[in-house]
Design a protein around this ligand. Structure first.
Ligand code: TRP
Ligand code: ZN
Length: 885
């Protein structure tokens, strides 16, 4: 580091702001060479602070060329203030005053995509978390909330559309080919919710009438030529608006809601007040270009950003340590929305898979942190699966503990108390507890403790006494900086299955009568026993139904118990889970066989279990498609002491091939039954049938015989929907067949005009498990369609290889590691946020063998030794090295 080691910011150092800002009047003069920003702020001393004297005014600002500073109408001279690379400080200011600053910025040189930048020739902004300081001098912290007026002036021909937050107040022409628009946002907001867009855009419009009768204009802006791909996003928006009214009584609060889709964006989307900005990936879709997963992703992200209007915007975060206050809650809300729109069980399974393969590894790696972190070097590194997805699980547990009505009461109280405020996770939990009387004091440990708790459950049936005792032990493993952990409050939802497979009535010792067949046990101690009475026969327990807590569960269930649960559990999630546990057990034993050089054999009992699911598949194709996927290589890794990517890959491929061969007629028949040429729709049932069909084809292609190849090629050339085309291309990209290269080349020729489809093309090649993949990926870096400045391209090609291809990335010689480090170092000077995100695989090096660890460590050392490194990459690299020991 040339600036020395960057300093950590700590939650315990929080102080309220010295000054408050009531109004902000912004004037943007957008130009081809530079943009001028004039900001008029009305400031006053914060009465909530106890400073003895009037504190100096310190504003954040980075990469700003300061033109002038005026205080209460008087121009200040450079002696009246100090400017550093990060701040503007005025030592003496009155109690209340107006400050005007003029700065110049260069959006066209902004490759970090934070602040004001250009994407395909259009101006757009991204301020969360701390990008506003790259636009103007300001108190860039979420607990400073102000009312904004924004005037934008720009060339009319190049930038016919001028947008900002709130309502359009006025607009006009300046006579010299330029025009202007003034936007007023009546709601006080933190500056991270500010947005500006100016460009040549087309929009599609619709309307929504709120429950109380307000007519809202809905517009989605896209680049010309994409107007035919916003239908699904618009329908998703309307559904979200209706859902939030129905489930939470929350209405939209302005007359206009705008969405803009841009091709260069670091993340998924951004909830700026009334002007959401989206990655095109989460807006643009039609069946020929987007997969079913894309359609579902759009529905979820459109909802997520819309829901932020209440959980995030109307009530915002006091500081960035509270990020999960808005993100965990809003992810929970979008998950529930998607569950209501599609299949609840399938959605839950997908969310849990994501949690386990992405968040669990983070929680046991070098970057492990609590849902509410205690410190950070770069806040952008904390937009993590832990804050988002584990944060959503924490909210889900509160929902389980309070019940749906109690949760709604808690939400109502939360808004009643905090509308218009910037608050903390404690405030949220207090509203939940106060509204219902439920004690959440121990539960709050979930916000403070990192690491995935482990539950060890064993059952004992007493024939004579007709009792069943469940003994539950919990431990939370140590994580960096948190060696000692306390037992937390874990809602363990469970049931007991009788010999006929039906749920037994559940009566705990001391209760007069049974209370239901599915109950929440409150696990609060390191070790605890729950005794059920009146149990007529030895039951099979169904534990952690619906995955009621984000824990690792170990239960003493036999293979026979699991098969029984697979067939009978009334909880769909646990039917799936039983199969996954069986599959994991089996695959891990194959991994051990492989490591020991023993011959691999797939037991007939496992083949029979798969056959049983397959036989029943047509009843619920979407569920079957998930139940028939073997645990992923990434998940199997999380279940091993020392991850062996080669043995995992070999074992899993062996199991796939053996299942393919053993059940070939069944795969073929199921494929045929679900491959009908029905008209394309994106409802859950149709998505399920396509998923099942493609899963069958995936098994068949594990054999790569002529019939499978024929079916795949037929689908590749004949299918209309991208889901089917890309699935076929993916199977081909793994194959030895000579048709492979023609298909890959042909796909590019057909789709080179659609950037989002080209991303899929990069992704398929990056995740091929063929031995020559790294060589191909390296070549693709020079492909004309690859752009290192475009995050979607980087995530598809480099991220796809490093994060989505364990067997090739972890190639024992270390070539994958060298490749990733090279790309991180190349990208860091342009876009540190994206560069740091690519480093994820390195932060988990502790889990690998000593040779791989040493190779990864060497790459990390090379990275930290590089002069001029961003704090983003520095934080991940140095923490990864520290944890590596
Ligand atoms: N608040 C955004 C969301 O949850 C996240 C986000 C979008 C973001 N763009 C960002 C966070 C850039 C950090 C940097 O959808
Ligand atoms: Zn969000």
């Amino acid at each position: 580091m040339d600036k020395g080691t960057p300093k950590a910011i700590r939650l315990q150092d929080y102080r309220p702001p010295a000054h408050l800002i009531d109004t902000v009047d912004l004037h943007f003069d957008l130009g081809e060479d530079a943009t001028t920003v004039r900001a008029v702020l009305s400031l006053r001393r914060n009465p909530a602070r106890d400073d003895a004297e009037n504190p100096p005014l310190t504003l954040d600002g980075q990469r700003l060329e300061l033109v002038s500073v005026t205080l209460d109408g008087k121009a200040l001279s450079p002696d009246d203030y100090t400017v550093t690379p990060d701040h503007l400080t005025i030592p003496r200011v009155p109690d209340a005053f107006t400050l005007e600053t003029v700065v110049r910025i260069k959006p066209q040189e902004n490759t970090a995509l934070e602040g004001l930048y250009k994407s395909s020739g259009n101006f757009c902004s991204q301020c969360e978390a701390e990008g506003f300081r790259k636009i103007t001098y300001f108190a860039d912290r979420p607990d400073v909330m102000a009312r904004y007026t924004t005037t934008i002036t720009a060339d009319k021909a190049r930038y016919p559309v001028l947008l900002s937050n709130g309502n359009l107040a006025d607009s006009g022409e300046t006579g010299d080919g330029r025009h202007w628009a003034r936007w007023e946002d009546p709601f006080p907001k933190p500056c991270y919710l500010f947005a500006l867009v100016a460009g040549n855009l087309r929009h599609v419009e619709d309307r929504f009438r709120t429950a109380s009768g307000r007519d809202v204009t809905l517009r989605i802006y896209v680049e010309p030529g994409n107007e035919d791909k916003v239908d699904h996003a618009m329908r998703s928006l309307i559904k979200s608006m209706r859902w939030d009214e129905e489930v939470y009584g929350l209405e939209y609060d302005l007359d206009i809601f705008n969405i803009v889709a841009v091709g260069d964006f670091n993340m998924g989307a951004m909830e700026n007040k009334s002007l959401n900005v989206f990655n095109t990936k989460y807006i643009l879709a039609k069946p020929e270009t987007a997969t079913d997963q894309d359609f579902l992703g759009i529905e979820a992200v459109v909802a997520h950003e819309y829901f932020h209007n209440w959980t995030g915007n109307r009530v915002t975060c006091r500081d960035w340590f509270q990020l999960s206050l808005k993100e965990g809650l809003t992810v929970f809300r979008d998950q529930e929305f998607s569950s209501d729109m599609n299949s609840r069980a399938v959605k839950r399974i997908a969310d849990v898979q994501r949690l386990r393969t992405v968040q669990f590894p983070e929680d046991s790696g070098a970057m492990a942190h609590p849902v509410r972190p205690d410190s950070y070097v770069e806040i952008n590194n904390f937009y993590t699966p832990t804050v988002y997805d584990k944060g959503a699980e924490v909210i889900r547990m509160i929902h389980t503990l309070l019940g749906p009505q109690g949760f709604r009461k808690g939400m109502d109280l939360y808004f009643q108390r905090h509308d218009g405020q910037a608050v903390t996770c404690d405030d949220f939990v207090a509203a939940m507890a106060d509204a219902t009387g439920v004690d959440l004091s121990q539960f709050k440990l979930w916000y403070r403790q990192a690491g995935t708790p482990e539950l060890d459950v064993s059952g004992a049936y007493d024939d004579a006494a007709r009792t069943y005792r469940l003994t539950v032990k919990q431990t939370v493993p140590p994580t960096p900086g948190q060696p000692d952990k306390q037992p937390t409050h874990i809602p363990l939802v469970m049931g007991l299955l009788g010999p006929d497979g039906a749920d037994l009535p559940l009566r705990l010792k001391g209760e007069d009568a049974p209370a239901g067949t599915s109950r929440t046990l409150h696990v609060t101690q390191a070790e605890q026993t729950f005794e059920f009475v009146d149990v007529p026969a030895r039951p099979v327990p169904s534990l952690l139904r619906g995955f009621s807590a984000p824990v690792k569960l170990k239960a003493d269930l036999s293979d026979a118990d699991l098969t029984f649960l697979m067939a009978n559990d009334s909880d769909a999630f646990n039917r799936w889970e039983a199969g996954q546990i069986l599959g994991t057990r089996l695959l891990l034993s194959l991994v051990a066989d492989q490591q020991a050089g023993r011959e691999l054999v797939l037991p007939q009992s496992f083949i029979d279990a798969v056959a049983a699911v397959l036989k029943d598949a047509d009843r619920d194709p979407a569920f079957a498609a998930q139940a028939l996927v073997l645990p992923t290589e990434a998940y199997l890794g999380t279940q091993m002491e020392v991850i062996d990517p080669d043995a995992i890959h070999t074992a899993r491929e062996f199991a796939r091939r053996t299942l393919a061969k053993a059940l070939r007629p069944e795969w073929l028949a199921t494929h045929r039954r679900n491959a009908g040429n029905e008209p394309f729709t994106v409802d859950a049932a149709a998505i399920g049938r396509r998923a099942l069909k493609n899963l069958c084809l995936a098994y068949l292609m594990a054999l790569e015989d002529e019939e499978a190849l024929g079916l795949t090629l037929g689908q590749y050339h004949g299918a209309q929907a991208m889901t089917d085309v890309i699935a076929a291309l993916q199977f081909l990209s793994n194959a030895d067949a000579p048709e492979r290269e023609d298909a890959i080349a042909g796909f590019y020729e057909r789709w080179k005009g659609e950037p989002l489809v080209v991303d899929k093309w990069f992704g398929v090649q990056a995740t091929s498990h063929r031995a020559d993949t790294l060589e191909r990926v390296t070549k693709l870096l020079d492909h004309p369609a690859f752009e290192i400045r475009n995050p979607n391209k980087v995530y598809a090609l480099i991220g796809g290889f490093a994060g989505g291809n364990p067997v090739r990335f972890h190639e024992a010689g270390g070539a994958g590691y060298r490749f990733l480090a090279d790309q991180v170092l190349r990208l860091d000077p342009m876009n540190p946020q994206v560069a740091a995100r690519l480093m994820g695989p390195f932060s988990r090096l502790r889990r690998y063998d000593s040779k791989r660890r040493a190779l990864m460590r060497a790459e990390l050392e090379r990275i930290v030794a590089t002069p001029g490194l961003s704090p983003d990459v520095f934080e991940v690299a140095s923490k990864s090295l520290e944890a590596a020991g």
